[in-house]
Design a protein around this ligand. Structure first.
Ligand code: MG
Length: 204
């Protein structure tokens, strides 16, 4: 199982971090050791002083596929989740300054808290019209609709599968909306998909 993460997929977020707008989907990978499930707490890593949350819609691949045409991409997933792409922003800034890949900043243990997957059919809406939001200590800090994505899920699947075979169980983080910010020990994060609380993560 691999976790593929799209960066810079919402315009307002690109602007808040003053990044350039990508012409093609930008992606990186997280290892399976980054997964944090069952609403387990996130332990603040001792190698960073500026850890950010990034709440994202996550899509699970349910069929093996290579070079998937965009028009068939919808046949390769049926479930979505909310995930947090936890990021050591201080380390990422150094990596960017050194023209290094985003590695330590994104791949560390438990850097991917994840809700249960939910069938799109159960939600009853199309993937590019899902509302999700993140609250920190009860206050909404991120809120968007997936129609605001620059690259749609189907486009992302078509793009990625040109280079990597997508396998059953692979997960794709589809990028974060604006409102990213730091967490501190004692904070509590809660993610809502279509108004339902699906993810809780206490920072310890
Ligand atoms: Mg992200």
């Amino acid at each position: 199982m691999k976790i593929i993460c799209i960066g810079r997929n919402y315009l307002a977020h690109i602007k808040e971090l003053k990044h350039p707008i990508p012409e093609e989907p930008l992606f990186f990978l997280k290892p399976d050791s980054s997964l944090l499930q069952k609403n387990s707490p996130f332990y603040y890593p001792d190698f960073s002083n500026n850890v950010h949350y990034e709440c994202e819609l996550v899509v699970k691949i349910n069929r093996l596929g290579k070079s998937i045409p965009e028009r068939y991409a919808k046949n390769y997933y049926s479930e979505v989740a909310l995930g947090l792409d936890m990021t050591c922003r201080d380390i990422q800034e150094k990596e960017i300054a050194n023209s290094s890949p985003w590695s330590i900043s994104k791949v560390f243990d438990y850097s991917a808290p994840m809700s249960k997957f939910i069938e799109l059919e159960t939600i009853g809406k199309v993937i590019q019209d899902l509302n999700f939001k993140l609250q920190k200590n009860g206050e909404t800090v991120q809120e968007t609709n997936t129609s605001d994505m620059i690259f749609t899920v189907d486009k992302i699947i078509a793009y990625l599968s040109q280079y990597m075979t997508l396998k059953i169980g692979d997960m794709i983080f589809t990028g974060t909306p604006c409102g990213v910010g730091e967490v501190n020990i004692g904070d509590s994060l809660e993610g809502f998909l279509e108004g339902n609380s699906v993810l809780k993560c206490d920072i310890k």
